[in-house]
Ligand binder design. Structure first.
Ligand SMILES: [Zn+2]
Length: 313
């Protein structure tokens, strides 16, 4: 089956960032086989779609999301300490497999409508998220969260690791869904558990790791008071700074932190709307990029950033 998109403004996002104002795209089966400008080829039997000058571009990647939280959108606006006073109590009370399934399905619609075809998610009951993503045709990295603050789906870290194993068992080798392990943050897992995650990760190199890192002054204080270091240094000493780690937020960084992150070639997800809403500051994206680190844009959960739309970030 061949499909021809015509009369499209094609943004290739290739090395030269080439774009064709009057362009066309040929798709054979599930593969884009040709892109060009001006007069499109005549292909007998092809389905021709006139795009009326609309933009055709590669699907976008949402680098940090909590899809299930879509049902919490709009709750606890304009208050301090939202995480401990509102988000965590809400999650303990209401997060169930069914809630995650419904919230993630809503998020999948919102993501696809906004041009996102790949999402990096971390939340609870993450097998539900993986099933929703697969059904929606969305490419997803689904991270089972591990935390010590009484999360809704594991009473201790052993139970959390069991959920990770279950996730890997269900989605290992899946064409769209990549299982992931997601220690919530340094202050909510602790160095010993981060070291346990690092060792598990070394034994499972194909499983990406996701974590909130250097997000808040609370985390800075925790790292300094508990370990006399920055939270990035604590994470490095736990063995968790590595190329398959996606670090979300990364607001509270000094130059040495950026050097450490660069040496280990971690990935960064910046979440401008969520950071702005929480009043946490602006990530040093330019310095991170100058250090050679890949920086993707994430929406965070809809309760934190209010939208999953990447253009609005
Ligand atoms: Zn987050």
């Amino acid at each position: 089956m061949t499909t021809l998109l015509t009369n499209a403004w094609v943004l290739t996002i290739d090395e030269a960032m080439a774009q064709y104002r009057k362009g066309w795209v040929r798709i054979d089966g599930a593969t884009i086989t040709a892109v060009g400008s001006a007069t499109p080829p005549v292909i007998s039997g092809a389905e021709v779609v006139d795009c009326n000058g609309d933009i055709v571009m590669p699907g976008m990647v949402n680098a940090h999301c909590h899809m299930g939280m879509s049902v919490f959108r709009g709750l606890a606006e304009d208050v301090d300490d939202r995480l401990y006073r509102y988000i965590l109590p809400l999650e303990r009370k209401f997060v169930t497999p069914e809630m995650v399934r419904i919230g993630s399905a809503l998020a999948a619609l919102e993501l696809i409508e906004a041009g996102v075809t790949t999402v990096a998610d971390m939340y609870y009951f993450e097998t539900e998220v993986g099933r929703v993503a697969a059904q929606a045709g969305l490419r997803a990295i689904v991270g089972q969260t591990l935390a010590d603050f009484g999360p809704p789906d594991h009473r201790d870290f052993d139970a959390g690791f069991a959920r990770v194993e279950q996730l890997v068992g269900e989605f290992g080798g899946h064409t769209l869904v990549t299982p992931s392990i997601a220690p919530h943050a340094p202050y909510s897992t602790g160095r010993a558990v981060m070291a346990r995650v690092a060792a598990w990760s070394d034994a499972h190199p194909d499983v990406p790791v996701q974590m909130h890192l250097a997000e808040s002054t609370l985390e800075v204080t925790w790292a300094r008071d508990t370990h006399g270091q920055t939270s990035v240094a604590v994470t490095r000493d736990a063995g968790l700074l590595k190329p398959n780690l996606i670090c979300a937020h990364c607001l509270q960084l000094d130059d040495a932190d950026i050097t450490m992150m660069s040496e280990q070639q971690v990935c960064v997800a910046t979440n401008p709307r969520s950071n702005g809403k929480a009043g946490r500051g602006i990530a040093p994206v330019e310095a991170l990029r100058n250090a050679g680190l890949p920086v993707g844009i994430g929406s965070d959960g809809a309760m934190s950033g209010n939208t999953l739309d990447l253009f609005s970030q």
